[in-house]
Design a protein around this ligand. Structure first.
Ligand SMILES: Nc1ncnc2c1ncn2[C@@H]1O[C@H](COP(=O)(O)OP(=O)(O)OP(=O)(O)O)[C@@H](O)[C@H]1O
Length: 563
């Protein structure tokens, strides 16, 4: 049973501020007139400033249980405000601005925020698009004035100064709503994931025990949510000058400088950024000798880019590839040295190995289905090596979506006090208990072919089949989509080429058909199309918008048939 009203992850910040008040907690890199400058804050300052903000927010009328959209770029204020919200029991609503204005509007409609805390640009968009118009009562502008209809943070703090620094932090029940984090929406409208302090505590514990993060470390934090864990672990978060919602636009030089200046021991980055840093670093012969650990998360890793990036690291330093989702972060991990040994399996259709479960986490695979499952039973599990839907149970697993009862019913399975979460991802477990990821459930293509005498069915999985075609030397990446053709579901593979084609694509397609026929996971795939540049998510540059691609593929195939 959950303990009564004891939970607040800020207890870790208070511990750090007591034990090592003058250690660096946050450093933010900024570009000013062609120069990189740094703003810093120690643990005592972060604790004090978040107390001041929490107090002022309460005086301004915000109370525990209220919800506040937070659209502030990573900065000293971002850290202070986030910890202030947690201290005051105000629920931060965190969205990825990269998801687009239409999705954002829908998120705010569902989350019903009471307050909006943002930089001027965010307030401008709020007013322009009418975000949260129905419910927002308080507006606070960070790094700007109250021109936007509310109050500036500076003015707020001047108006309500805390008397003595003794803000009494709100404590919640373990499973009470602490934050709402929206998914990135690669398979539909983003969903608000309900976070509790118990989930945050479990994540902190995994970072300490599975990832061995220790007090005194310094992390180059390229992802805002992860950067918040730094101070909770006694680790300094070094935030580089970059747009965190578009990591692929980051300037590698800035990141290298920050790592070197602060002698960072940890780097947290998504696979797209790892690729960019690897390319730039190898060109310049850079060595990142202080890094002891690199954590890659958020999207499937590509093995060539891991190999490339590893050349910048000291011998023996691993890139830890983490698998998880907003609903459960992390679930499993595998070190690059292990992952590279699995390359041959991936290249022949065996999926990507995402490693073993992190502490206190149970993995299971169930039969693929779209039907809700009310109650868990061990009988639902299927044997090792059989591909099905990945199901996860553990203290870091969110128990529900916010205001999305249908999505909750579709993805949670009651199992005692905790629900299991259906990941919407397909995969299998091997005999060592390692998890292999085969693609998203929504991206599988089930084809049925009927002739006069028989019916033939084939199931194609995105990661399994694409990694096979990606081995062709001309292919940069590929994307499997399903289209209706003559009333039959047909698998089509779209191809992005490494270089502009010099000859007819007929030869390439024949070679790809030959490859397809050699492997169980691709046998029967006959349709290929060349695409100039897939529609991708801007955060990861790894998640292909297949729904859009399928519409394009259908029209292209039709054109070919009509020729
Ligand atoms: N290491 C990894 N290897 C392979 N896939 C990964 C890895 N890490 C994350 N993923 C993919 O990313 C998904 C989680 O992403 P996220 O929580 O941002 O939401 P989303 O799936 O992009 O959005 P939505 O759920 O709204 O469609 C996982 O379910 C999985 O498909």
């Amino acid at each position: 049973m959950s303990e009564k009203k004891q939970a607040n992850l800020c207890r870790h910040l208070i511990d750090a501020a007591t034990q090592f008040p003058t250690s660096l907690a946050v450093a933010v890199q900024k570009k000013r007139f062609n120069k990189l400058i740094y703003q810093e804050m120690d643990f005592a300052q972060l604790h004090q400033r978040s107390d001041q903000i929490a107090f002022a927010l309460n005086q301004y009328g915000l109370k525990s249980g209220d919800k506040a959209v937070l659209m502030v770029t990573p900065s000293l204020d971002f850290f202070s405000i986030t910890f202030a919200l947690f201290k005051a029991g105000i629920v931060p609503i965190l969205v990825d601005p990269g998801m687009g204005t239409k999705n954002l509007k829908q998120c705010f409609k569902e989350a019903k925020p009471d307050a909006f805390i943002g930089i001027p640009k965010a307030h401008f968009a709020r007013r322009l698009f009418g975000w949260g118009r129905e419910t927002i009562k308080h507006n606070i502008t960070v790094a700007g004035t109250g021109l936007w209809g509310g109050i500036g943070l500076k003015a707020l703090l001047a108006k309500y100064p805390i008397q003595e620094n003794n803000y009494s932090m709100v404590k919640l029940e373990d499973d009470q709503l602490a934050a709402i984090l929206f998914t990135s929406g690669s398979t539909g409208t983003p969903k608000g994931v309900v976070y509790s302090h118990e989930m945050f505590e479990a994540q902190i514990s995994v970072l300490k025990n599975d990832y061995q993060i220790q007090h005194g470390e310094r992390d180059l934090a390229t992802f805002p949510l992860f950067s918040l864990f730094g101070p909770a672990l006694g680790m300094a978060s070094i935030v580089p000058e970059m747009d965190a919602s578009k990591p692929i636009t980051a300037n590698p030089e800035y990141l290298f400088e920050a790592i070197q200046k602060y002698e960072c021991s940890n780097l947290f980055a998504n696979p797209a950024l790892i690729e960019i840093l690897g390319n730039a670093g190898n060109k310049k012969g850079i060595k990142l000798a202080t890094l002891k650990r690199v954590i890659s998360a958020g999207a499937p890793a590509t093995l060539p880019s891991l190999k490339h990036f590893s050349k910048l690291l000291n011998k023996g330093v691993d890139i830890l590839n983490s698998y998880g989702a907003t609903e459960s972060l992390p679930i499993s991990k595998i070190a690059s040295s292990e992952l590279l040994k699995t390359e041959a399996i991936t290249d022949t259709g065996g999926g990507i190995c995402v490693g073993e479960a992190v502490e206190n986490t149970q993995l299971a695979i169930i039969k693929i289905s779209e039907e809700p499952i009310e109650n868990w039973s061990e009988e639902l599990t299927i044997p090792a090596y059989e591909i099905g839907e990945i199901v996860v149970k553990g203290p870091q697993v969110s128990q529900q979506y916010y205001a999305r009862d249908n999505a909750t019913v579709d993805s949670k399975i009651a199992d005692g006090e905790q629900s299991r979460h259906r990941m919407g991802d397909l995969g299998y477990l091997d005999e060592h208990g390692r998890l292999w990821m085969c693609g998203r459930k929504a991206h599988r293509v089930e084809t049925v072919f009927q002739d006069k005498t028989s019916t033939y069915t084939s199931n194609y999985f995105s990661i399994c089949s694409e990694r096979i075609f990606n081995t062709h030397p001309a292919v940069k990446r590929s994307a499997l989509v399903g289209i209706e053709l003559a009333e039959q579901k047909t698998a089509v593979v779209c191809i992005e080429l490494l270089e502009k084609p010099t000859e007819s694509s007929l030869k390439l397609f024949n070679e790809l058909r030959f490859i397809a026929d050699k492997h169980d996971h691709t046998r029967g795939i006959k349709h290929f199309l060349i695409h100039q540049g897939f529609p991708m998510d801007i955060r990861h540059n790894a998640k292909i918008y297949r729904e859009k691609l399928a519409v394009w593929a259908k029209s292209e195939i039709k054109k070919e048939f009509n020729k």
